[in-house]
Design a protein around this ligand. Structure first.
Ligand SMILES: [Zn+2]
Length: 126
């Protein structure tokens, strides 16, 4: 901890690590902060979420175990890289220059799951 730029940690997502897994099949829950993120409702199995305070972006994935009792079902949350988040932010908020869309989509798609990238494409082409 030396001369890095001082920035107050986000009061919502500041405590969240880069990756989180919850064993939802065994009633494990994410920390409460996760439920304060704004979800996009892209799909029931995957989603994007953004922090209402600092606008960090997260990818959410629900993975059902298709064998056995479902006890191994997992939900995963991953903090997206800043460049991925920046591209998604512009696309979703419709704040990009004409002709910039393909480049932003390529950046965003490289940083998220294929299923998420397809859902984002569908959403912004509406
Ligand atoms: Zn935050």
């Amino acid at each position: 901890m030396t001369d890095r730029q001082e920035r107050a940690p986000c009061s919502i997502c500041g405590e969240l690590p880069e990756r989180l897994v919850a064993n939802t099949g065994r009633d494990e829950r994410f920390p409460d902060a996760v439920y304060r993120l704004r979800h996009f409702d892209l799909d029931s199995d995957f989603d994007l979420a953004r922090c209402p305070e600092c606008d960090a972006w997260f990818e959410w994935e629900d993975e059902r175990a298709f064998t056995g009792s479902g006890n191994n079902d997992e939900a995963r949350l991953r903090r997206l890289a800043p460049e991925t988040a920046a591209a998604l932010r512009k696309l979703v908020d419709n704040k990009f220059e004409p002709g910039e869309e393909a480049r932003l989509l390529a950046i965003a798609s490289a940083g998220v799951l294929d299923s998420v990238a397809r859902a984002v494409r569908r959403r912004i082409s509406r």
